[in-house]
Design a protein around this ligand. Structure first.
Ligand SMILES: *Cc1c(COP(=O)(O)O)cnc(C)c1O
Length: 389
């Protein structure tokens, strides 16, 4: 009996039971698979049957993980990667040719920016950027060689919301491949394919694992595009390991309950920060004061676990705030059970010129909180004492 509800799909999408009638999916640590006879081997290599040949191509654990993400995102097909960045790189390497052009939102993950600005230019693939509030002028940036339109929503670290349906319509009109990095929302909160995305990418390292243990990535969407990504990947080897796939597939079983609690805690933290006199601005998609509150409500089931706020006093105040944190973690990850606090202007975005940094909403006093699953009062108390320190 199949369900179309994400909570059930994440739990009841499972490998066929083996002779041992295990309840939970076993871990298949095998690099290759055997053939019945010469004919079976010939037909398998000729792609006449769907089966496992070698774990760089497919493995039961990675297949289970991919199938769950496909069901949750409403996608036809997918491929799983060793990390979010290998998913992003392989997607562009598989789909683009030399001299193609990318149109991307300015507010994207740091390593993706590096990929666009310094790695893809080796093949004369250039990127033009639009700002989150410049959707009216996007069409003027489209060139004859533009192939892809790329974005994240909510954005990192400023938690802005992009109008996915509007970009989806534009992509369709100009025949562009619309790709969304859905890492901050997870398939539980937002399914970009509904709004016209052709491909959805996740860093599974974040909320999908959710417990800070393994790296992983996945791309799902249109089956013809995935076929190209699959052929590129099965021949170049960025595949997810079976062990990490097993961990991530298990993690998906609890994704809905974990993300619900992350969102409840984040909203409480956002309300607390909004009421504090040493805080200038609080950005959280489900706060009524968020500039795109209505859009967030339309696109997302809840606001996610990232809260950004602007501390009074700029760079110095930001550093002092981090130094005063006692319970929470200063760490580079996000989406963990543990609450993580970062100050982008003095750390992850310190090398970016101030003018560019400000364009993406990263002001000098911006603090990003990845709200975890500790008791919300404890999270709030630590933020409070660090602010007042
Ligand atoms: C972390 C992250 C990535 C990269 O994922 P890795 O698993 O660290 O390689 C890509 N996009 C976003 C939005 C991320 O937060």
């Amino acid at each position: 009996m199949k369900s179309n509800r994400i909570e059930t799909q994440a739990i009841r999408t499972q490998l066929e039971r083996s002779q041992f009638l295990e309840h939970s999916s076993p871990l298949y640590l095998t690099s290759s698979y055997v053939f019945e006879d010469a004919e079976d081997m010939r037909a398998s290599f000729a792609d006449e049957k769907e089966r496992n040949i070698y774990s760089r191509y497919s493995n039961p654990n990675t297949s289970e993980f991919i199938e769950k993400i496909c069901l949750m995102e409403g996608a036809e097909r997918g491929y799983a990667f060793a990390s979010g960045m290998s998913a992003v790189f392989s997607t562009f390497a598989a789909l683009l040719n030399a001299e193609d052009h990318i149109l991307s939102c300015r507010s994207i993950f740091g390593s993706t920016q590096t990929l666009f600005n310094t790695i893809l230019p080796k093949w004369n693939i250039a990127t033009s950027y639009f700002k989150i509030d410049e959707l009216d002028t996007i069409e003027s940036l489209i060139q004859p060689n533009t192939k892809v339109i790329y974005a994240e929503s909510p954005t990192n670290p400023a938690v802005d919301i992009l109008d996915l349906e509007r970009i989806g319509a534009l992509a369709k009109k100009h025949n562009l491949i619309f790709i969304i990095d859905n890492c901050f929302a997870t398939p539980y909160l937002q399914q970009p394919i509904k709004f016209g995305a052709d491909l959805v990418i996740h860093s599974a390292t974040k909320l999908i694992d959710g417990q800070g243990r393994v790296l992983g990535g996945v791309v799902v969407g249109d089956s013809e595009l995935i076929q190209k990504i699959y052929l590129f990947s099965r021949n170049t080897g960025p595949s997810l390991s079976p062990f990490n796939a097993w961990v991530l597939s298990k993690s998906l079983e609890t994704l809905p309950v974990r993300v619900d609690r992350h969102c409840d805690n984040a909203l409480k933290v956002a309300h607390f920060l909004e009421s504090h006199h040493l805080v200038n601005v609080v950005k959280y998609p489900f706060l009524k004061s968020h500039p795109q509150y209505e859009l967030a409500k339309k696109q997302m089931k809840a606001g996610g676990n990232i809260v950004a706020f602007e501390i009074k006093g700029g760079i110095e105040a930001g550093k002092q705030f981090l130094n005063a944190i006692k319970l929470l973690s200063l760490s580079a990850n996000l989406g963990d059970t543990r609450t993580i606090v970062t100050h982008p202007a003095s750390t992850t975005h310190a090398k970016i010129p101030e003018s560019v940094r400000l364009e993406t909403g990263i002001t000098s006093g911006l603090i990003r909180v990845s709200v975890g699953l500790e008791h919300p009062e404890d999270i709030i108390n630590d933020l409070k004492q660090a602010l007042e320190n």
